[in-house]
Design a binder for this molecule. Structure first.
Ligand code: NAP
Length: 248
């Protein structure tokens, strides 16, 4: 019997959820519960952590899961590691659905850095106006560089922000180039810091940066070598042994 655990929280996970539902497959969509109002999905949902590797092993066994699909964000390394360990322990097949990273074009002024520490080291010393497009979780690290103004874009309004000079825009993607051009101009941004998430939903800021000639510091994604990584919903459906649906 096929019963799928879909680890979600991304645009790709939503697309896959629709394909699984339309194919009539038995699947559960799992959210970490990081945002106040997660988008509804066309599958039964569960919300919240499993309790580490042990908790996930217990869940997989109790729910008689036959396949795990890790469609979490490329930077969600903890849950991806846990999924790999839990699937090894239980012998359940695991696959990752992940969009490819963004690639610089000739007009882009990108500096690639390996991780957050390298990103902090690459910040300028002179005060800059930075669009810090990295989500909420690692903002506090930038407090060590208080000379900069930081523009943040967050899904939920924060209770408090760990940065002395900042402004938070509350918005959920996908974002459009025109809106991001406006944002960069209105806040007189001179540098963008972003994760190399890939995909279309958050690439508008890079297109806007290109057209304004702005530099970007792009943090590389953590590497996953412990499972097959597939780039499309169609490939995941084929991996499950189901023909991909047209238009997905
Ligand atoms: P993480 O560091 O890899 O995960 C931390 C813990 O959160 C995990 O150990 C797990 O708790 C729980 N968790 C994460 N994803 C889960 C899921 N889909 N279902 C159930 N539990 C989950 O992840 P993160 O970077 O905090 O990201 C959390 C979620 O937000 C992910 O699902 C990801 O897809 C989404 N997201 C992340 C980013 C990003 O930049 N990191 C951006 C956009 C969306 P237990 O150990 O208790 O099981």
């Amino acid at each position: 019997m096929t019963r799928i655990l879909l680890l979600g929280g991304t645009t790709e996970a939503g697309l896959l959820a629709h394909a699984l539902a339309e194919a009539g497959l038995d699947a559960v969509y799992s959210y970490a519960g990081r945002t106040g109002a997660p988008l509804p999905q066309p599958l039964p949902q569960r919300i919240g952590g499993f309790g580490g590797i042990e908790g996930l092993v217990g869940y997989l066994q109790a729910e008689a899961i036959s396949h795990v699909i890790d469609a979490t964000h490329p930077f969600a390394a903890g849950i991806s590691r846990n999924a790999a360990q839990a699937c090894t322990t239980t012998g359940i097949p695991l696959v990752t659905l992940q969009r490819p990273p963004w690639q610089a074009g000739p007009q882009d002024r990108w500096t690639h850095v390996a991780d957050l520490d390298a990103c902090l080291a690459a910040l300028p010393t002179r005060p800059a106006r930075i669009f810090l497009a990295i989500g909420r979780q690692t903002l506090a690290a930038f407090a060590a560089h208080p000379q900069h103004f930081y523009l943040l874009r967050l899904v939920d309004a924060p209770a408090a922000l760990p940065l002395p000079q900042c402004n938070a825009v509350i918005a959920r993607g996908p974002f459009a180039v025109e809106g991001d051009l406006d944002l960069l101009k209105t806040h007189r941004i001179d540098l963008i810091v972003a994760k190399n998430s890939g995909g279309d939903g958050a690439s508008a800021k890079l297109t806007a940066a290109r057209s304004l000639g702005l530099p970007v510091i792009l943090i590389d994604r953590p590497v996953q070598t412990d499972r097959p990584v597939l780039g499309s919903v169609a490939e995941v459906m084929a991996w499950l042994g189901h023909a991909a649906l047209r238009g997905v």
